[in-house]
Design a protein around this ligand. Structure first.
Ligand code: SAM
Length: 355
């Protein structure tokens, strides 16, 4: 036997565990999605106190023989931080919500359930299987096209059901912005008109209007996304293609949009923004809400999430997540003179670019 072989074997087994953990991580995604589908967070919330397994089974209207399978699913979700568990006097588990499962409650303004459900939807998750084909030289521009034969944005135009789910997923993510927009007075100071480019069904614009009602907001997106959206005082919708023209405004906002496009495409978009800003007399700015990858500054979980989003962008679009240096390079190449990054939305930052 080789010296240290016990140590080498234990290292190999730890390595095996890491491999299996990541190869099976989709299990967490599907259990999370299943918990939302079943309404587990809602049932625990309605119960208003920690809930035992039999109470959970009964409230979910499951057959009693599903008690042990449910306990196994709950064990994984407790381990992943979605629920907490205590043991009562009879040593029975009692489940409570955590901050993450509170964000999954149906009907709550801040519910992220539609975002989770769209991420695990087969239309978005199947293309991951085509990553290898795409790397080996498929002619299609994106992995999504390799899988579906059309790009993500055209797919939405062809499948109204999926388009609705996608827009609702994005809207649910956007609604969280209401937690901080009111604190962004400096960013919206002097802004009298704003175009939210790729603004979906207008949730960000509505949140901005609640905090700053004087701003004239235009939501600009593809025609199939904005058609039929009800307009309101200072809120209007315009359908179009951001590569053709962007309506003029003091501030041009992109939330969760720039990361959908390659550097070359972002350069074109930023140049279009400069033209639109120039049409207004007072100097305007571009406001981007997106991730800034910071491997040194962020903690490991945040970095992992940002890296996963980066690959998600590679699978779904031509885009990517960027670090500060990469954002700066694009702004300077597009003719902007300065920029400011305010890390305010957890994973995302507000990035202002000034002409
Ligand atoms: C990731 S979603 C972000 C939606 C919204 N800003 C949010 O954060 O909730 C990207 C948006 O860009 C829109 N989009 C894609 N291509 C576009 C184009 N060529 N012109 C205008 N909008 C486009 C999509 O329809 C979609 O609503």
């Amino acid at each position: 036997m080789e010296p240290n072989s016990g140590q080498a074997a234990s290292e190999s087994f730890r390595a095996q565990a890491l491999i299996y953990k990541h190869a099976l991580n989709y299990g967490t995604s599907f259990c999370l999605s299943f918990a939302i589908q079943l309404g587990i967070p809602d049932v625990i919330h309605r119960h208003a106190q920690p809930m035992t397994l039999p109470e959970l089974v009964s409230a979910l209207q499951l057959s009693p023989e599903k008690t042990i399978p449910l306990r196994r699913v709950m064990a994984l979700l407790v381990h992943s931080g979605f629920f907490s568990v205590n043991f009562n006097k009879e040593q029975k588990e009692e489940y409570s919500l955590t901050p993450s499962s509170r964000l999954l409650l149906r009907g709550e303004l801040s519910s992220l359930s539609p975002f989770v459900q769209v991420l695990v939807h087969p239309v978005l998750s199947n293309p991951w299987r085509f990553l290898g084909d795409w790397f080996r030289g498929c002619k299609e521009q994106t992995v999504f096209e390799t899988a579906h034969g059309v790009g993500l944005w055209d797919y939405g135009g062809k499948d109204p059901g999926f388009n609705g789910l996608f827009n609702e997923g994005m809207a649910s993510d956007s609604r969280m912005m209401r937690l901080v927009v009111g604190d962004c007075k400096e960013i919206f100071e002097g802004v009298n008109s704003l175009v939210d480019v790729g603004g979906g069904t207008g949730n960000v614009a509505k949140i901005i209007l609640q905090a700053f009602p004087h701003i004239k907001c235009t939501v600009f997106d593809l025609p199939h996304v904005v058609s039929g959206q009800p307009e309101d005082t200072n809120l209007s919708y315009v359908g179009g293609d951001l590569f053709e023209s962007i309506p003029p405004a003091d501030a041009i906002l992109f939330k969760h949009v720039m990361h959908n496009w390659s550097d070359e495409e972002c350069l074109k978009i930023l140049k279009k923004c400069r033209e639109s800003i120039a049409k207004k007399k007072d100097a305007g700015k571009v406001i981007i809400i997106d991730m800034v990858v910071d491997m040194q500054g962020d903690d490991a979980d945040i970095t992992e999430t940002k890296l996963l989003f980066d690959i998600l962008m590679m699978v779904l679009t031509t885009g990517r997540e960027r670090n500060e240096r990469e954002w700066e390079k694009m702004f300077l190449e597009a003719g902007f003179t300065s920029y400011k990054i305010t890390p305010i939305f957890g994973l995302r930052s507000i990035i202002e670019a000034f002409p």
